[in-house]
Design a binder for this molecule. Structure first.
Ligand SMILES: Cc1ncc(COP(=O)(O)O)c(C=O)c1O
Length: 393
């Protein structure tokens, strides 16, 4: 292909491979991977899936194995609506099924963003969201956040500057990558600001159900369904193999997202929708979530102990109350991207911090996921990490 002059579109030129690099490490033998936000495979409900396929797929096949409506199977949307109503206290007026949370973000971008439009994000934030917004040539402006999540004062300052942003993207619960948990007070302040400025908030609830204690704070969408579109996923609470998510929000917006989906994959897979619906209707999600919370709490305890034991006083890390991640900050001399090849040699993987910042303006931070490694692996992995970072700092 050396003669081919590929004239790449502006929206793909310069885009990084960080996400594919993370996904390519799944199940690599011998590697202790703290890199991807992968759920614990030990708690996948494999027996349920097997029994469902054996005993119930036959009569369901005409629906489960067929194309589905673009907005999702009506019966699955009903089951999802009931679960959201129970878990968040409000039933969505408008809801669509998507092929994962990331597709919901893509549909929002496709529907709302023209090149150069301004998007506000917490900094750091989910790499996939940054990739999605840059893929639509948005101008991404960072808003400050701390352990209590996005800072409303910093948001107010960003809103005072022009041009008016098209949207604000926020992960209120056990944020990716820092684990921050937006305080209830800030939730109210944030939606009040959004209403005052006519700002659309995109709330990503990927880790909402995965607080270690099960305690929850009101979702932004439940506080202000008129200005918040919620993006959810089954990847972290069921398993990513179903590639299923949802968008719930202002009834004026959702039909546009459905229209955009016609120009994407046209419909999410029926088999996954049927499976997730069966899981919800059989009342299995509560038990699954209880197992997930206990598993991730145990893994975080192991990681917290390992970091305390193996990282020197020049390192600091966040202390999440749920989710999959902690965010490590080292001394100014540390270059976590440059250390990656050495990390592979010693058999560990992490994600350097730069791609989580829209301006990539950090070199001494990194994200660790504790979700997909056992406590024993975490003990050994943090030992190796301590040696690596100690030598690299
Ligand atoms: C905050 C956040 N949102 C969305 C996603 C994407 O989830 P899905 O697998 O449903 O596309 C992830 C996955 O890592 C995530 O961390």
């Amino acid at each position: 292909m050396t003669d081919l002059d590929l004239r790449l579109a502006r929206r793909v030129a310069g885009s990084g491979d960080e996400l594919s690099a993370i996904l390519s490490l799944v199940n690599t033998p011998g590697l202790i991977t703290f890199s991807g936000g992968f759920p614990a495979h030990e708690i996948f409900p494999a027996e349920f899936v097997r029994d469902l396929a054996t005993s119930r797929l036959g009569p369901a096949a005409p629906v489960a194995l067929q194309y589905t409506p673009t907005e999702g199977l009506a019966s699955f949307r009903d089951a999802l609506t009931s679960w959201i109503a129970t878990s968040q206290g409000v039933a969505p007026d408008a809801l669509m099924v998507t092929s994962g949370g990331i597709e919901a973000l893509q549909l929002i971008c496709r529907t709302l963003l023209d090149p150069g439009d301004r998007v506000l994000v917490e900094s750091p934030t989910y790499l996939g969201a940054i990739t999605a917004f840059s893929g639509f040539e948005a101008r991404i402006d960072p808003v400050d956040a701390d352990r209590d999540g996005l800072d409303p004062e910093s948001l107010a300052a960003a809103l005072a500057e022009g041009p008016a942003p098209k949207l604000l993207y926020v992960i209120p619960d056990f944020q990716n990558p820092t684990g921050a948990w937006l305080s209830t007070e800030r939730r109210h302040a944030l939606v009040a600001l959004a209403r005052r400025h006519g700002l659309l908030v995109v709330e990503d609830v990927a880790y909402r159900e995965l607080g270690f204690t099960g305690e929850q704070r009101p979702s932004l969408w439940s506080l202000a369904p008129d200005v918040v579109v919620q993006v959810g996923t089954f990847s972290k609470i069921l398993f990513p193999g179903v590639r299923l998510g949802w968008a719930a929000g202002p009834p004026a917006l959702i039909p546009h997202l459905v229209r955009a989906k016609q120009n994407s994959d046209q419909c999410a897979g029926g088999l996954g929708q049927w499976l997730a619906e069966s899981f919800l209707r059989d009342g299995r999600l509560d038990a699954q979530l209880a197992r997930a919370r206990a598993t991730y709490a145990e893994r975080w305890a192991a990681m917290s102990a390992g970091l305390s034991k193996h990282l020197g006083p020049e390192f600091a890390w966040s202390e999440p109350g749920g989710g999959f991640f902690t965010w490590v900050t080292g001394p100014a001399s540390l270059d976590t991207a440059a250390l990656l090849p050495r990390a592979r040699e010693v058999g560990i993987a992490y994600v350097p911090g730069a791609p989580f910042h829209p301006r990539r303006d950090t070199h001494n931070t990194l994200r660790l996921a504790f979700s997909a490694t056992t406590p024993d692996e975490i003990a050994e992995g943090t030992r190796r990490l301590g040696l690596l970072l100690g030598a690299g700092a």
